[in-house]
Write a protein of this length. Structure first.
Length: 387
């Protein structure tokens, strides 16, 4: 089983997302919703950390299947059966997410490990067909196995040790393609760029949809007075702003850059598999803060909820700037300045009603969007006007 030929163009290289992949995504909508539930119930430093570990695991499973599907003929029965089996496993894992650190940790760990090993099996099949490099697959298979062993072992321990072992499992699993096999990763497969970029854009949409669900859930059962409506509108404006920063030119330009990149596999791994996680985490943390801001719109927000609301967007902007830097060159200062302003808002708005904090945060994000659109040299530095 030799390395995949990076110059070989598969007949499906410019394909788009298949119907079975869209069905697969629906299960991840559910899993992401459950992560949001876990985070909302444990909005403390420790709770956020534990929730982000679970989010990192779920993200990595989804991302891994994007890669393996990218290497397969979309009409392959093996791929379709693998996605459907994985769909069942990740659904059960999602059911266990809210109690992953309680009595359902082993169920979560075992079903999740099944998804990861199923991914390796699909990659072995792609290698057998000459569509992926066995040397790269064998390299990160070891780190997957080690990570899943820690995940399952940790599920039998108390919360502190479980958290430690699960964090180590995430670190080892992520380190496989990042460092241990980086040189071999270059020849993993030919990247079907249109499919690849579209898949990651769809996941951003999934998470933005979760933020809209959280806004609606926060308002559920409350009288629709002016302050509640102001908080909901602010939450929706923020969601639209996050969507705009990603999909207004940047996503398209990033796809174009990846298409002509001299090192497409490593560029795709860095920009999409790793840096998108920072953006996804920011959206999910923001969603948890938005739900609490809307459910208690008349009262001041607690420190944790206010930090989630402001810090989640700041985290997203930082991840977005890093994503653009990897594919489009150094970003301008506006998004990072917006993130700093949001963190400053967290520090000075402790006495404001939640609806007012949400409105101010929305105005800051609108300002970031407006400046990056209207300032010519700045926009070019951000990479949105590159030819």
């Amino acid at each position: 089983m030799s390395a995949a030929d990076p110059t070989r163009v598969a007949p499906w290289s410019e394909r788009r997302t298949s119907p079975v992949e869209l069905l697969w995504d629906l299960v991840f909508v559910f899993a992401i919703t459950e992560v949001s539930v876990l985070l909302g119930h444990h909005l403390s430093w420790g709770g956020v950390g534990r929730s982000l570990i679970v989010l990192a695991l779920i993200w990595w499973a989804w991302s891994a299947f994007v890669w393996v599907a990218n290497a397969h003929d979309p009409s392959s029965p093996t791929l379709q059966v693998g996605l459907l089996l994985g769909l069942v496993l990740i659904f059960v894992a999602g059911l266990a997410v809210p109690h992953a650190y309680d009595d359902e940790g082993t169920l979560f760990a075992c079903t999740y490990a099944g998804v990861r090993f199923l991914h390796l099996g699909l990659y072995a099949d792609a290698s057998r067909r000459g569509q992926a490099a066995w040397s790269a697959i064998a390299g990160f298979a070891g780190t997957v196995t080690a990570g899943m062993a820690l995940l399952i072992a940790g599920s039998f321990l108390d919360t502190t040790w479980r958290t430690a072992l699960w964090a180590a499992a995430v670190a080892i699993d992520y380190a496989g393609p990042a460092w241990l096999t980086r040189e071999r990763l270059r020849g993993l497969q030919q990247v079907a760029v249109a499919h690849f970029a579209e898949r990651y854009g769809l996941f951003v949409i999934i998470c933005l949809g979760e933020s809209i669900i959280s806004i609606g859930a926060g308002a559920s059962g409350q009288p629709l007075d002016a302050r509640l409506i102001a908080a909901m509108v602010a939450g929706l404006v923020i969601t639209v702003g996050l969507w705009w920063t990603y999909f207004h030119r940047v996503a398209e330009e990033a796809e174009r850059s990846l298409r002509t990149h001299h090192d497409p596999v490593l560029a795709a791994a860095d920009a999409y598999s790793y840096l998108h996680l920072v953006m996804i985490a920011g959206i999910i943390v923001f969603a948890a803060g938005a739900k609490l801001a809307i459910s208690g719109s008349d009262d001041p927000l607690g420190d944790a909820a206010r930090l989630a609301l402001c810090g989640g967007i700041a985290l997203y902007l930082a991840g977005h700037a890093a994503f653009r830097w990897r594919l489009l060159g150094p970003p301008g200062p506006v998004p990072l300045a917006g993130g700093v302003a949001l963190l400053a808002l967290y520090a000075v708005t402790g006495d404001l009603a939640a609806w007012a904090v949400a409105v101010i945060v929305a105005l800051v994000l609108v300002a970031v969007c407006a400046v990056t659109r209207t300032v010519g040299p700045e926009a070019d530095a951000l990479g949105v006007n590159r030819p």
